[in-house]
Design a protein around this ligand. Structure first.
Ligand SMILES: [Zn+2]
Length: 120
């Protein structure tokens, strides 16, 4: 039985997008309540009846969350241009080695706008 699990996290952070034209509103410093969806996918353990423990997803994501929460994202190495797309890739690169079943990272900076990265 192939299954997919989705676990959602939230962090608060400030950013600005320095490569945009000066008049663009996202060029100014502002904040978001970012939502991150961590998606794992694979074959369920037939005996346990689950793919993996949600707590293991939380444990793998926690050190990454601590680097992001209540931070100015532009000050983090690799996030000098912290679009949602770049943040999704940055999270993927740090999480995939610890979470081999990782299949997708979703980063939402508002309720209606999100970036999805599936590797590659
Ligand atoms: Zn923004």
């Amino acid at each position: 039985m192939k299954m997919e699990l989705r676990k959602t996290f939230q962090f608060e952070a400030a950013h600005l997008l320095p490569r945009l034209p000066k008049a663009h509103k996202c060029r100014r410093l502002h904040g978001h309540s970012f939502k991150v969806e961590v998606v794992v996918s694979g074959e369920c353990d037939p005996k346990l009846g689950w793919l993996m423990d949600y707590a293991d997803i939380t444990a793998a994501f926690k050190p990454i969350w601590e680097k992001l929460d209540h931070r100015h994202l532009n000050e983090i190495r690799g996030l000098e241009n912290p679009t949602s797309e770049v943040v999704a890739l940055w999270i993927w690169q740090r999480l995939k080695p610890k979470l081999p079943l990782l299949a997708e990272i979703v980063v939402a900076e508002t309720c209606t706008a999100r970036a999805v990265y599936r590797g590659g």
